[in-house]
Design a binder for this molecule. Sequence first.
Ligand code: SF4
Length: 407
Amino acid sequence: MFNKTRADQKNLKIADESASESRKQVSGLRSLDSEYLDIRDSIPTGLKLVREYEEARERILKVLRGTREDWDSYRWQLKNRVSDVEVLKGIIHLSENEIREIEVTGRQYRWSVSPYYLSLMDPEDSNCPIRLQAIPSIKEYMGEPGLDYPMNADRQLYPPLVARLYPDRLIIKLTNMCSMFCRHCQRKRDIDSRDLIHPMNRIQEAIDYVRENDEVRDVLLTGGDALALSDDQLDYILTELGNISHVEIKRLGSRMPCVMPQRITPELCEILSKHDPVYLNTQFNHPREVTVEAQRAVDMLTRSGVVVRDQTVLLKRINDDPHVMKKLMQELLKIKVAPYYLFDCKKVDGIRHFGVPLDVGLNIIKKMRGFTSGMAVPTFIKHVPDARGKVPIYPRNQYGPVFEDSD
Ligand code: SF4
């Protein structure tokens, strides 16, 4: 027979009390974030929409007369970018009004979408966050004029492809090419009427400038999209930079992991792995973009030693909601992309309609800090035309939720 001693009874009582205390604490913690927990599973994410995306892929391949093998080739994806409204209307539903808007706006601002990115769109929803980022809208044309330059660095180009604002780092703009023309792109004015990779002698001038300035330890290759260059061109540029002893890190600016993950090939990864350390800054703006294909691309990059970080742009009707933003950042961490910056959308001509009041961004950060892993909270950045560089903005309460003692 088992006889409980007084000490045993006391210990059991303490255990009961502490279990009940712990249950209370769990329920308290849950209720702190109940608003998000109630809706998190209803936010569409690319990792869950696998079947819908597969159906869309088959539909698009039929329209473009491609094969499953074609789909996985970035060359096919590039060649078959859709920029004709007649083709587009065979893929997503467009009203007569929307067709007219695309035709009118398209004369002012070029548009083109990769078949892959089209497959992420809800074909029936004209407010789909993927569609809003890719398909021209008359709003680009209308509204107040914005600033005619996106950043001070553009006024200080020297040599022509170099943009420089900070003492120890600079940008080399290699091309105006992208795998698609995002409607919110701050560089709309650089898109021009044709794709262009800058001549190698111009790129060489920029590399020579880096060589001559030994305070430059960090070089960002961008465009357009740095991965619009061929593997050989990238290999050459990264080798040249790697031979400069004061260049400590190379960075690539590319949206391809999000909008055309097929560009991340074993051949490209092999090249990037030779030029360690390489960082890749990319841009995901909605959880629908975090797909199995994007996951595969990021996995290949990270296995090659490339550090992948995200720079989201805060966009009206796309991600200006704290729950959507939190879901996006959590999905990114799942695929090993580290949230880095959340950019306030610049007030540049043609994209002002994507802007949201500053308070909206601050509220998003406030609702994330303390409510999710610190790693999932990007730094909110505002571009102030006359300031030098990016200005980080923090909500007043930087300490996250207050955990109060209560019954
Ligand atoms: S990928 Fe980047 S540079 Fe190219 S259009 Fe989109 S936002 Fe602009």
